[in-house]
Design a protein around this ligand. Structure first.
Ligand code: PLP
Length: 381
């Protein structure tokens, strides 16, 4: 059986976890957490990285930091994971969805301005598959209307837009270290990147249960107390130790994933030319991180047929994101601004192929062989 994903393992995880266990501090903001945050600041160029238990937590922290109030409006694509919306729904916001571009599945930057009202507080671009949204346009709109930009860069570590790392462009950004992402902190994890210094001090307080504990540890205050609202949003040293083993091999993991991605792209391009499928589009000014390789069939029926065939070959391919505006919660908490020309239609055609760091050459060859066999048969149909 070839799974759709295997959590990445580099080999050093156990060593670092053992060291963490042997150290006197196993709770958050320890030795490995600091090392990870330093690496993340180095990789992205963001001035401040704060590890969180998940990307969901990082998004929730971001919503708290920009002080979302009931009735505020938040603009985002409907083709995304639930956490992108929930982080703001938890604060009473109304979600306003905008259509995606069919070529990248990212929010259509040309449709955002029409969705902006007096209540709009923030735009949340989601960099789908680690391919950047049109950030120049989005940041210009934010400046024009005095809005915040929170990047959902869950899938975007090691990608860039016009030379700038994803996650380092908006005021705040959230990255995921869930086991399905390119780098994991042992199954669950995330980081908040703070690119606007005004948020740093309060972020440290909200993340430390609303106390000034981190200032206490820095020697800035002589005792720590309750100073604000807050929650517990620090991963343990076990998680950070796992993550450190991944981040120190970031280039190697990235390179390996890009090679698999290129292999799929090469093997499938003739079938795109034959009109059977559409392959992912990466704009020239975007460097991606091979977070996923997806294929779009011409219809939902064609996709189902393909998934079935692959399953019979013991290969798991999956699709995701029932557009949020069509879900039960989506009907309560959101509106779709403008026409849904692409979101639903494109989401029904998309399927993801197995792609993981520890994928063997033989696994990749098996998948490619079955893919090509299946598609060759369809050409004749
Ligand atoms: C994975 C993902 C999340 C959530 O990440 P967690 O770390 O599992 O909380 C949020 N948004 C997007 C776009 C994702 O892909």
């Amino acid at each position: 059986m070839i799974p759709f994903n295997k959590p990445p393992v580099t080999g050093n995880e156990i060593t670092y976890i053992e060291q963490a266990i042997a150290s006197p501090k196993l709770s958050g903001d320890g030795f490995y957490a600091k090392k990870c945050e330093n690496l993340l600041e180095g990789i992205t160029g963001s001035p401040k990285a704060l590890l969180t238990p998940s990307c969901t937590h990082a998004l929730e922290l971001a919503a708290l930091l920009i002080d979302i109030q009931p009735g505020d409006e938040v603009i985002m694509p409907s083709y995304t994971f639930v956490s992108t919306a929930n982080a703001f729904v938890l604060r009473g916001a109304r979600i306003v969805f905008v259509d995606v571009r069919p070529d990248t599945m990212n929010i259509d930057e040309e449709k955002i301005e029409a969705a902006i009202t007096k209540k709009t507080k923030v735009i949340v671009p989601v960099h789908y598959a680690g391919v950047a949204c049109e950030m120049d346009k989005i940041m210009a709109l934010a400046t024009k209307y005095n809005l915040y930009v929170i990047e959902d860069a869950a899938q975007g570590l090691m990608s860039n837009y016009k030379g700038k790392a994803l996650g380092a462009i908006g005021h705040l950004s959230a990255i995921s270290f869930h086991e399905t992402k390119n780098y994991t902190s042992g199954g669950e994890g995330g980081v908040l990147l703070i690119n606007d210094n005004q948020f740093v001090e309060r972020a440290e307080i909200l993340r430390e249960k609303g106390t000034n504990r981190s200032q206490f540890f820095k020697g800035m205050v002589d005792k720590y107390t309750w100073v604000d609202m807050g929650s517990s949003m620090l991963p343990s040293e076990i998680q950070s130790a796992y993550l450190y083993a991944q981040l120190e091999s970031a280039d190697k993991i990235n390179h390996t994933r890009l090679n698999i991605w290129q292999e799929y792209n090469r093997a499938l391009s003739e079938f795109e030319q034959a009109g059977l499928i559409t392959l992912p589009h990466v704009p020239d000014h975007c460097q991606h991180n091979a977070h996923m390789f997806y294929v779009k069939f011409n219809s939902e029926v064609d996709r189902a047929h393909f998934i079935d065939y692959m399953k019979q070959q013991d290969i798991l391919t999956v699709f995701h994101y029932l557009p949020l505006h069509s879900t039960a919660a989506g009907k309560r908490y959101s509106t779709f601004n403008g026409e849904d020309n692409h979101t639903t239609q494109e989401s029904e055609k998309l399927v993801r192929l197995p792609l993981y760091y520890n994928m063997t050459e033989s696994e990749l060859n098996t998948v490619v062989t079955h893919l090509r066999h299946y598609l060759s048969q369809q050409v004749g149909v």
